[in-house]
Design a binder for this molecule. Structure first.
Ligand SMILES: [Zn+2]
Length: 55
């Protein structure tokens, strides 16, 4: 295997909106801060959002 390759667009979620980006950013922030309970909440939130807004 080689090191790092630029990921193709297919690696990204198929659909995105402003809410997706916001949740993703907040998740990254929570992870960086080591706030695991917040990260978990955001994961759940993202799952709900995806089901609602991107069926
Ligand atoms: Zn979305």
């Amino acid at each position: 295997m080689t090191e790092r390759q630029p990921l193709p667009a297919a690696a990204e979620p198929p659909r995105r909106c402003a809410e997706c980006s916001r949740i993703k950013e907040e998740y990254a922030e929570a992870t960086r801060a080591g706030d695991l309970s917040r990260a978990t909440d955001l994961t759940v939130l993202m799952g709900r959002h995806l089901r609602r807004a991107h069926p």
